[in-house]
Design a protein around this ligand. Structure first.
Ligand SMILES: *Cc1c(COP(=O)(O)O)cnc(C)c1O
Length: 213
């Protein structure tokens, strides 16, 4: 654990709406425990199998976030416990999450992931994908906000613009679909290399891994 880096981020977000999700993918249980002992409760994983194993092995008051691409057929493995799915990138996936949530007699909180990066490989929705979207179709889903990943570049203006695009999607969706929904508050953006830009652009959830491990 890079305790100074971790503490620096904690100090930076103190008194702001922003929260820190420690991205623990590929890290061992021994590497994760010191964060827990420091009071960290939100952890993010990008693979279902790893998430399931770590959830079983670590304390039950951890909030597990799924931040990576999720295949519909794997939703059932995490539906009983996942605290937030950041990576909802299709309506088909949303339907499956709704279905598995109902089976587990709970509501599952999600973020809608938008494609904001220039790079072709990144997953995510575009606004037209939501042309036929209706909140009422997903009674077992709690819509908490949006998520995005900026391009992996060092061009600060480009990253800034991409985060602004996500903030714009958030406010458009809020107006169009969630104006009466007090749960729709989160903008998940910012990783080790760009979290300070993300904070300046209104991030409420930082997903930071390598900088703090
Ligand atoms: C790995 C990952 C992160 C964290 O990346 P770092 O550069 O290690 O901070 C954040 N978000 C997603 C979706 C990731 O896959």
């Amino acid at each position: 654990m890079q305790k100074e880096n971790y503490q620096h981020i904690i100090d930076q977000i103190k008194g702001t709406p922003a929260k820190l999700v420690v991205v623990s993918k590929t890290r061992s249980l021994e590497q994760i425990r010191p964060f827990y002992e420091n009071g960290q409760r939100m952890f993010g994983e990008n693979r279902v199998s790893e998430l399931v194993e770590k959830q079983a092995a670590l304390p039950k008051d951890i909030e597990w976030h799924l931040i990576g691409h999720l295949q519909s057929k794997k939703v059932k493995h995490i539906a009983s416990f996942v605290a937030l799915i950041h990576s909802v990138d299709s309506l088909r996936l949303l339907e499956e999450i709704n279905k598995q949530a109902e089976k587990n007699d709970r509501k599952i909180p999600v973020l809608l992931q938008f494609k904001i990066a220039q790079e072709e490989s990144k997953y995510g929705l575009k606004m037209p994908d939501l042309a036929h979207f209706q909140v009422e179709d997903y009674p077992f889903v709690i819509f908490r906000g949006v998520m995005g990943m900026a391009s992996f570049v060092s061009d600060k203006p480009q990253i800034t613009n991409e985060f602004r695009q996500l903030t714009y999607y958030f406010s458009q969706l809020k107006t169009l679909h969630f104006s009466n929904n007090p749960d729709f508050t989160e903008i998940s953006m910012g990783m080790s290399g760009d979290y300070e830009i993300a904070l300046a652009e209104g991030s409420t959830m930082l997903r930071v891994g390598s900088l703090v491990f």
